[in-house]
Structure formats: C-alpha cells, structure tokens
Design a protein around this ligand. Structure first.
Ligand SMILES: Cc1ncc(COP(=O)(O)O)c(C=O)c1O
Length: 375
C-alpha cells in the first residue's frame, strides 16, 4: 500500500502513536513543498533568522490562529516554549507557586510526575488520595483544597492511562487559578479559557512535532517567578520578548502553525471534538461488546477520546494473544498500537490527524480478531 506525496512514494500505514504522533498529510505536503524555499524567499524556515520578518509572520500567525480557535481572551498571553511538556512540570511551580503551596490532582502518570517535580519547589497538597490503580478519579465533591494554595493543577488527559477529565469543575474555589496540562487533548475540543489560570501542551500529539510547547497564561498570574527560575522558563521574560527571548524551535513553530490552519480549514474545534467522539466510540463499542475479551480499565465517565488503552484476552491480558494482535494489526499496516510499558496491552491513540476511516479499520480488525479468538 503506497501513496504519492509531492511525487515521493510514501508507504501507507495507519499510525496510532501516542506521540510523536501522526501529522495530517496535507500539512506534511506543504512542509515538504516549502522545505527548501519558504514562500519564494529562497530560504528554508530552518535557515532563517528568528528575528526576520518572515519568521515573525509565522510565529505571530500561529498565535493568531490559537487565539481564534480557542477564543482566547485578551488578558491571556500565548507563549511558544521549549523544554517539552515535562519542562512545564518545573516552569509552573517556578513561575506560579507564589505562596509556596499548590493543590494537585493525581489521575495518572503525567500528573503524578508533575506533582513530584513541583515538590522540589514547595508544598504539594493532593486534593484527593491517589488511586491505587489509575482509571478513575475521586469524586469532585470530596476534593479538599488548601487555604494558601497558589493554583490547582491537573492533567486534562492522561495519555498513558487514558483518563480524560471534564473541562469545568464545580468544587474548585473561584479565586484559585486552574492550571491544566492538556498536552494530549490540546485543540481536540473547545473549552472556556477564561476559567483557567494557565493551560499548556506539547505539540507532538495534536498540533505538530516535538520541540515546542504552547502555553496560554492569564497575564496577572506571572511576573513573580522565583529567582532561581531559568530565564528560558520565565513566563514574564518570554512574554516580554513575544516568545523570542532566545532562539525558538523555529521549524516546530512553523509546523504547528500549519496544523492549526489545517484544524481551522477542517471545521475548527467543534469538528475535531465531534470526530474524536465518533472515533473513540467506534473502539469503545467493540470493547464493550466483547464480553470481557477486550478490557479497558477506565471508569466510563473518564474515558479518553484521545488514548484508548486496552488489554486483549481479559483483565490482565493474554500475552500470546496480545503478541498476535500486534502482529496481525501490523500486517494490516496499523502501527504503534503497543501500550505504554508501565501498563502493557494496547493503546490506540486517536488524535486529530487520525481519520474516522482509519479508526474504522482498527475497529473492524478488533471485531474480526475477537470473532476468531473468543472462547
Ligand atoms: C499529558 C502529558 N504531559 C506531559 C508529557 C511530557 O511531554 P514531553 O515528553 O514533551 O516532556 C506527555 C508526554 O507524552 C504527556 O502525554
């Protein structure tokens, strides 16, 4: 199975990677066409000064599209940062933990890692006990917030465990800024930015390639970074230099801009959300009708639209069946379905660029595999 992209033969595969993940083919085609000569300037984006007019139009254009897609209020700053999603595990407390305390919800391995990192800089108060096994979230009515917290931190979508939280909360005290790591759900649904103090997400899942992190921050929250905060992570400094304090990952910002345009062209966030619900329902439906042959450990209220982890052959998975599942899926050109090493089994990541048709191929294969292997 092959396709031709700008005259180059491309092996056709279906990529369910959790990240770095599939980038829309239309975007790759533009990036390829413009690789050696960006819009007739005779330079590649990789070769041009980040202080040039051309690059400014790229980065400011990307910011404009972020603002449009998410309807970002004027008192929020949009930053393009480095250091990955994990860099923000440090940057958030270094910039925002003014009182020396912050509230964290641990719902999976990414929020757990963020809480661990934040402990280096102050007191981390957990609003609820950490579940023994990730897959659900303690009821919001039971969350306890500390009196002198600087912010409430959570992960909007736990990429490894497939736990996705709602975008609004009823129990978080009104004065407490809400900070969310939305690395793996960024630009997959609308949410009210004004309800948040800050959101951030690495690009490599829904909005491009690894190397750039998008941050959206309410401007009154920063400007109080601890003195040991590295300059390259200091939100105030980055904002003062419109994300050009030091050399940004220029090509990655460019690709993000292309993906954001693609999202806009294809119906914006309502369309992405609707599609992600259709795609994830296709997979959850096969799981739920399989009499336990496929097992997804997540409480149905928190099932992720983006990452669907599942075992094959029962609750703990059957090693032999899971091996065969991957081999057979591979023969049908489906790749990167293996679950995270800490969880095992499978994981289907259904980011924006993965189509409904591609997801249907996986759902059909899962049904067929079940029909042939059920006991
Ligand atoms: C939700 C979430 N947060 C943070 C990270 C860490 O991102 P990075 O590897 O860019 O540091 C990941 C990576 O997969 C993630 O899924």
């Amino acid at each position: 199975m092959e396709s031709v992209v700008n005259g180059c033969i491309k092996k056709k595969i279906i990529n369910f990677s959790p990240g770095p993940a599939k980038i829309p083919e239309e975007v790759l085609e533009i990036a390829q066409k413009e690789l050696v000569d960006f819009q007739g300037h005779g330079l590649s984006v990789m070769e041009m000064s980040h202080r040039s007019k051309e690059f400014e139009s790229i980065i400011f254009g990307a910011e404009k599209t972020v603002r449009e897609l998410l309807d970002v209020p004027a008192n929020y700053k949009v930053l393009f940062m480095q250091g990955g999603g994990a860099g923000q595990f440090s940057a958030v407390p270094l910039n925002l933990m003014r009182t020396g305390t912050a509230d964290y919800l641990v719902s999976g391995s990414w929020s757990q890692a963020a809480a661990k990192e934040a402990k280096k800089y102050g007191t981390v108060h957990l609003v609820a006990p950490t579940p023994e096994k990730f897959g659900s979230v303690p009821d919001e009515s039971e969350w306890k917030f500390s009196d002198n917290s600087s912010y409430f931190y959570h992960c909007g979508n736990e990429t490894v465990h497939g736990v996705e939280l709602p975008t609004t909360f009823t129990s978080v005290p009104g004065h407490l800024p809400i900070v969310a790591d939305i690395s793996s759900s960024l630009m997959s649904r609308k949410f009210d930015v004004s309800k948040y103090g800050m959101v951030f997400g690495g690009a490599q899942k829904n909005v491009g390639c690894a190397g750039v992190v998008l941050g959206i921050i309410r401007e009154d929250l920063f400007g109080h970074a601890r003195k040991e905060c590295p300059s390259v992570l200091d939100y105030k400094l980055l904002d003062a230099h419109t994300s050009l304090y030091n050399t940004p990952p220029c090509f990655n910002v460019y690709v993000m801009g292309l993906v954001l345009n693609w999202i806009k062209k294809h119906g914006g966030l309502d369309a992405m959300d609707e599609m992600s619900q259709r795609k994830s329902s296709l997979i959850y439906s096969v799981i739920d009708k399989s009499n336990g042959f496929y097992y997804n450990p997540v409480d149905k209220r928190y099932r992720s639209r983006m990452n669907v982890p599942f075992r094959v052959g029962g609750v703990n998975g059957d090693e032999e069946l899971e091996k065969r599942f991957l081999q057979e899926a591979g023969k049908l050109h489906m790749v990167q379905l293996k679950g995270h090493r800490s969880v095992g089994g499978m994981r289907a990541s259904l980011y924006n660029a993965v189509t409904v048709e591609e997801t249907q191929v996986l759902a059909d294969f899962m049904q067929d595999f079940y029909d042939r292997n059920r006991v």
